[in-house]
Each structure stands twice: as C-alpha cells, then as structure tokens.
Design a protein around this ligand. Structure first.
Ligand code: SAM
Ligand code: DTB
Ligand code: SF4
Length: 344
C-alpha cells in the first residue's frame, strides 16, 4: 500500500500531526516510493509548514580546534588519528564576536560555535556563556556544540540566552559502534535531554557517506523522529573527506538521488523541523542541491569553511539561491549584493 502522511485536519488546529512512533518499515516504504510521489508528499508537507522559497543561513566557527579525546572515526579533530591538524586553545571572545559580526554582515542569521571537547570544563563554559551573550547582542541566533553536558551546565547555557545546542546522534544505533567507541549513543541521548530540560532548542542530526547502508541512514532518521520532541534543526552532513581517519577505509559517497530521497523522508517524518544540508555541499552539484531544497531541505551553512573542512564559496551559494528564486539573508545581504553588482 502506498504510504501517505496525513496532516491533522481538525478544524481550528492547522498544526501538522507530529508523530513520534515511526517504524523502520514506514521509513523504507516512503524511501522506496517513485521519486515523483515521494517528493510530492515531502514538498506538500514542506509547504504546509514553511515558506518553500526560503532557506535559513547559518555560519560556523571552530572556537577550540583539535586535540579531542573522543575517537569519532570521521573527524579531523580527534587526537586518536593523525590528520595533520594543529590543536588550538579556546579563542578570545573579541575574535569570536568579530567573526560573528562579519558572518552576520555577509548574510548569516545563526552563528554556531563548536569546540573539540568531550565535555566542557566549568571555567571554559564561563567563557562560552560570555560569547553566547555577546553574539546574541549582535542580533543573531546562537548555537554551540561542546560535547556532553551536565544538567547544571545546560542550565547555565540556557541562562546565557543560548538558542540552540548541536549534538548529533551521527548514525543508526547499529552502525554507531563501528565509528565511535569513547561515547555511547545513550550518552548523547542524555545530553539531548539535559538541553531540552534547560529550555534550549535542539539541533541534532548525523552523517552519511561513511560506509553505512541505506537501512542505517533510515534508522538514523527514525531515531531522530522518535525522540520525545523532534529536534528543531536536523543537520544532514555528507561526510567531508579527512585523510587519516577511520572511515576512510569504508567511506562511499551516496548516490545523489539517494541523498534527495533521504532529505524527503526526513521532511515527511519531521514535518516541522528545519532540515539543514550541512557538510559536504561542495561535493553536490547545483542540480542536486535544488532537488534537496524541493525535497524539503531549508537551511545551509554559508562561508568558505565549516570547522576544518571546505564549504562552497559564498558567491556560488548566493548565485544558486538567486537562480532558484530562494530568499535568504545571504542573497539579500547588502555586502553580497554590492560585491556581485560590482562584478556585472
Ligand atoms: N565536539 C562536539 C561533539 O562532537 O559533540 C562538537 C563538534 S563536532 C565537529 C559536530 C558534528 O560535526 C559531529 O557530531 C558530526 O556529526 C559532524 N562532523 C564532524 N566531522 C565531520 C566531517 N568530516 N564530515 C561531516 N560531518 C562531520
Ligand atoms: C553539524 O551537524 N555539522 C557541523 C555542525 N553540526 C557543528 C559541523 C560540520 C563539520 C564538518 C567537518 C569540519 O569542517 O571539520
Ligand atoms: Fe571530538 Fe566532536 Fe570530533 Fe568527536 S566529532 S572527535 S567529539 S570534535
């Protein structure tokens, strides 16, 4: 039978019916639909919940790079692998705020600060809280990703006014142990609960292209969609190649159509979450990105670097959004417009 996602039609309740009891076989049935049927459902749900011609723009900064004690098998920053990356100390607040300001002026609405920690020390957290307040004062949404948190640490970030905490499940429960051994999936789920309890919005997703099967990718979406509340942001990262790490032995970039299908299934199962095409966009053609936007992706990272790896050039992104008639702060920001006009 063709699976159909039904909106809650109750009069006076225009809200989408948000489910937390998805099964793998339902996810598989959506995934295997003829492409036109799958994307039609995804796009219909997208339109009920979002402006289909708008994409959110976030910017990333690594505030503490490398030397991480975790052994995440995909990551350039793990001290378990020789990736040639130089470890740094926590950046100064003034540098972070200056970078955030440039990101805002270049069209980012959210600023995400990432640290290569297993968990933050309390004295480091003091500094991060100050960064959060200062970036918020620029009028940007704030996000941090610092590893595991205690309830008290989550509460302090909440008091500092933090909008989002990013903490990914990364992959399916079955594949998880093949890529990470120093932190369990359950540890991650507990941190997500602390973040929720502190009233902070959750950004949680994962990575594809590490050698996982399609079942793992769908298993990851089912895990996310069955969390007690759907993450407000769902980043889908395509593994950005890093030499020297574990997953080099197994990595395989997904077929582009498979990626668009995955985005569509994420949109259907988490109808009100913002789905971000995160790392790995530099491997995608403009056409694939357009398909992913049609399938329900509505956020991107902008800027020429992510944390330690590359991202498409700002100009290429602005041009693509223009060609698709997509509105965002990137292609509407004064600095991007004036640079492009100067080139015509
Ligand atoms: N250290 C913190 C943690 O892992 O909780 C935060 C930073 S970590 C870089 C954030 C996320 O980035 C990871 O969970 C992973 O999903 C993603 N990531 C890291 N390296 C990546 C890569 N090479 N390609 C794609 N995504 C990556
Ligand atoms: C997420 O899911 N993707 C971002 C953000 N959360 C912190 C990180 C992508 C990192 C890509 C690899 C790098 O640049 O080091
Ligand atoms: Fe450390 Fe985060 Fe990289 Fe894992 S993903 S090694 S926790 S920086």
């Amino acid at each position: 039978m063709t699976p159909v996602h039904r909106a809650d039609q109750t009069e006076g309740n225009p809200k989408e019916h948000v489910r937390h009891d998805w099964t793998r076989s339902e996810a598989e049935a959506f995934y295997e639909l003829p492409f036109a049927d799958l994307t039609f459902q995804a796009q219909s749900i997208h339109r009920r919940n979002f402006d289909p011609n708008h994409v959110e723009t976030a910017s990333l900064l690594s505030i503490k790079t490398g030397g991480c004690p975790e052994d995440c098998g995909y990551c350039s920053q793990s001290a378990h692998y020789d990736t040639g990356l130089k470890a740094t100390r926590l950046l100064d607040q003034a540098d972070v705020v200056a970078t955030a300001q440039r990101a805002r002026d270049a069209g980012a609405t959210r600023f995400c600060m990432a640290a290569a920690w297993r968990n933050p020390k309390n004295r480091d957290l003091d500094q991060v809280c100050e960064m959060v307040s200062a970036v918020k004062a620029l009028g940007m949404e704030t996000c941090v990703t610092l590893g595991m948190l205690t309830p008290a640490q989550a509460a302090r970030l909440g008091d500092a006014g933090l909008d989002f905490y990013n903490h990914n499940v990364d992959t399916s429960p079955e594949f998880y142990d093949k890529i990470i051994s120093t932190r369990t999936l359950q540890d991650r789920i507990e941190t997500l609960a602390q973040v929720r309890d502190a009233g902070i919005k959750v950004c949680c997703g994962g990575i594809v292209g590490m050698g996982e099967r399609v079942e793992d990718r769908l298993g990851m979406l089912v895990l996310l969609a069955n969390l007690p509340s759907h993450p407000e942001s769902v980043p889908i990262n395509l593994w950005n190649e890093v030499k020297g790490v574990l997953v080099n032995d197994t990595a395989e970039r997904p077929d582009p159509i498979a990626l668009a299908r995955l985005i569509a299934v994420a949109r259907i199962m988490m109808p009100q979450s913002v789905v971000r095409l995160s790392a790995g966009r530099q491997y995608m053609t403009d056409e694939l990105q357009a398909l992913c936007f049609l399938a329900g992706a509505n956020s991107i990272f902008i800027g020429d670097v992510l944390l330690t790896t590359k991202n498409p050039q700002r100009e290429r992104d602005a041009g693509l959004l223009d060609r698709l008639g997509i509105k965002s702060r990137l292609n509407q920001s004064k600095s991007t417009r004036s640079q492009r006009q100067a080139r015509v």
